[in-house]
Write a new protein. Structure first.
Length: 299
């Protein structure tokens, strides 16, 4: 993301390296052959925003300004691994058939489709390896069930969203259908990330639900901007093909309701996201800025 104010830039600069280190440490702990590890690392450690783990850390701090964020990094790395698994599978020829992701060749291009499928499975497994270890080290057994329920539910909803996305390819769609796909494929994992951040940060039920609402609205704003980038973006900046959605007749907000309505929806969801943060005891400035950047970004 771009144009971050200095405080947000500083937060990202401070916590992105530990997130990457936690992902790499998780890879190193698995009994993986060198080629398997290399293939997993190709996507897992590829340059990315690390938006979800950053959001999770900010959520924890929003409920407790004094929370020890370094202890929570492995939990957030697990969420990044789940996100990466969904990207690997989304890019497969049977799904979106994308040749690049994060500016790099996708796994089925670099290797083959079967390898990409299995590496996606391996990254998904790594996510729960990271999560189990992280929750054990937090010495909070009471968190295991709510965190796992949030994350597994969100992952299932992503799958449901992809099924709906595929089923509606080439068919007439309205705003309602596309919004439902966005709720499932994007907003569900954002919502879970923010809720998990609130949970491991020690937030109350009301605070966790407020953060979940922020995550849901942020996800819808983020995806609306993604649809705008498919017609307004620059491919080399975005890091993935931009014409494929149009060529495959994918269900997008642009197709359903046009550019101006899509832009209006992005701003509407941004405002709703920011509104959900009112009353949280910790700092929320960075979360507000991330909501703004979600609808202004060029990649």
């Amino acid at each position: 993301m771009e144009r971050e104010p200095s405080h947000l830039k500083q937060f990202i600069a401070r916590w992105r390296p530990p997130i990457d280190a936690a992902l790499e440490a998780g890879l190193d702990a698995l009994p993986a052959a060198e080629e398997t590890r290399r293939a997993m690392a190709h996507m897992l450690l590829a340059p990315g925003k690390r938006l979800r783990p950053i959001l999770g850390l900010l959520a924890a701090r929003a409920v407790d300004p004094e929370v020890e964020l370094d202890r929570l990094v492995p939990v957030m790395a697990a969420i990044e691994a789940v996100h990466t698994f969904t990207l690997v599978h989304d890019d497969l020829p049977a799904m979106d058939d994308a040749p690049t992701r994060r500016g790099l060749p996708t796994l089925h291009i670099l290797y083959d489709e079967a390898t990409a499928l299995l590496i996606g499975d391996a990254i998904f497994n790594l996510a729960f390896h990271l999560l189990a270890k992280a929750l054990a080290e937090l010495s909070r057994p009471d968190l295991a069930a709510p965190v796992l329920l949030r994350l597994t539910r969100a992952t299932h909803l992503v799958v449901e969203g992809q099924l709906m996305d595929l089923a509606l390819e080439g068919k007439p769609v309205g705003e309602k259908e596309v919004t439902r796909i966005h709720e499932l494929k994007t907003a569900s994992l954002f919502e879970a990330t923010l809720a998990i951040g609130g949970l491991v940060g020690g937030g109350s039920e009301e605070q966790v639900e407020a953060l979940a609402r922020y995550g849901y609205e942020l996800g819808l704003a983020f995806q609306a901007r993604d649809d705008l980038l498919s017609v307004e973006g620059v491919e080399v900046v975005v890091g993935k093909p931009l014409a494929s959605d149009r060529e495959r007749l994918k269900p997008t907000l642009i197709k359903a309701c046009g550019v101006e309505r899509t832009r209006e929806l992005a701003e509407l969801h941004r405002r709703e996201a920011v509104g959900a943060l009112a009353g949280l005891p910790g700092p929320t400035e960075e979360l507000c800025e991330l909501a703004r950047l979600a609808v202004e970004r060029n990649r």
